[in-house]
Design a protein around this ligand. Structure first.
Ligand code: COA
Ligand code: MG
Length: 285
């Protein structure tokens, strides 16, 4: 898997122990499937879940999908077996939970045997948030940085986990900034509200405004909403195309700045339009 995952608007968690949900995931429209071996799997189910994920990967049912496996954390008795098994079976990126330091990344990557495997780290502790920029600097542009707001809320001894307020919101901003500063893809937190369409839409819109490239999902009903929020609209695409055409004309006349529909256009505005077209094309491949 040499390239960074191509499109990462919606990334659906699927517990590795839940065979029915694994089967269902093969036909869901998420941009990526995250088989979970960590928090969604009870201690007594760890070995079964690992084996079920291996079988799913080897079956070929996910060969046209982008797959990520969330292994158990570095301090657990399952980490080494999880990561060795997933690197051996291949066809999957790796997600490391509770990443807190550059050493955590180095240890994890030492199991990759020099293979170019995209690494998704989850920042979900106070220590992790404080180290976010050094962690991001130690990642490559193949990698992604996710925010895990529920574990973070617990680590901060908070009574609730509202991702739009207080220190959770602050950290959500920090992680997007730290990732973008080093060309790493930022992925927004899950929305626990599985049956409230308005809640997931509002959360996704806020995450996009913070600079995130996509969002972790936990339920099939969240996927299309997140995909829609993270896909530029036709109106945005038409406007971007028109601005780029006007820019070409201005360039030919030797102008670096001009006014389009009462707004100033210069190079950073052009870069934003190019990004809109690129994201639209990636979503419609
Ligand atoms: N992946 C694949 N399929 C899923 C799914 C998921 N994450 N969540 C639900 N489904 C399926 C169900 O199996 C059910 O399928 P069916 O209609 O064919 O029977 C359908 O979608 C509707 O599910 P629903 O009954 O609304 O949900 P549920 O009560 O079965 O499950 C959760 C709710 C939260 C337990 C479940 O969505 C889940 O496991 N989510 C992921 C949890 C996780 O991995 N957490 C760790 C990261 S925070
Ligand atoms: Mg967790």
């Amino acid at each position: 898997m040499p390239d960074r995952l191509q499109l990462c608007r919606s990334l659906l968690f699927v517990p590795g122990s839940a065979q029915k949900r694994i089967d269902k995931a093969a036909n869901l429209p998420a941009d990526a499937i995250i088989f979970d071996l960590e928090d969604a799997v009870a201690p007594g189910e760890k070995n079964t879940a690992r084996q079920r994920v291996i079988t799913a990967l080897e079956s070929g049912a996910f060969s046209s999908k982008q797959v990520i496996v969330r292994v158990n954390g570095l301090s657990t008795p399952w980490f080494e077996e999880d990561i060795k098994a997933m690197v051996a079976v291949g066809q999957t990126a790796i997600m490391l939970p509770k990443c807190e330091s550059v050493e955590d990344i180095q240890t994890t990557k030492s199991f990759f045997n020099k293979a170019e495997i995209p690494l998704f780290v989850i920042i979900e502790t106070a220590k992790g948030v404080l180290a976010a920029s050094s962690i991001s600097n130690a990642l490559t542009t193949l990698d992604s940085m996710c925010f895990g707001h529920v574990d973070f809320a617990a680590d901060m001894a908070l009574n609730e986990s509202d991702a739009s307020a207080g220190v959770i919101y602050h950290s959500r901003c920090q992680i997007a900034l730290a990732a973008r500063a080093f060309g790493v893809l930022p992925i927004d937190n899950v929305c626990l509200d599985v049956s409230n369409e308005q809640a997931i839409r509002e959360e996704a819109i806020l995450g996009m405004k913070l600079g995130y490239a996509g969002k972790l999902c936990i339920h099939p009903a969240q996927i299309n909403i997140v995909n829609e929020v993270y896909t530029p609209t036709l109106e945005q695409v038409e406007k971007a195309t028109a601005i780029l055409a006007a820019w070409d004309e201005a360039q030919q006349q030797g102008q670096g700045v001009f006014v389009y529909q009462n707004k100033m256009i210069d190079l950073p505005v052009i870069r934003a339009q190019e990004s809109i077209l690129k994201r639209f094309q990636a979503a419609n491949k």
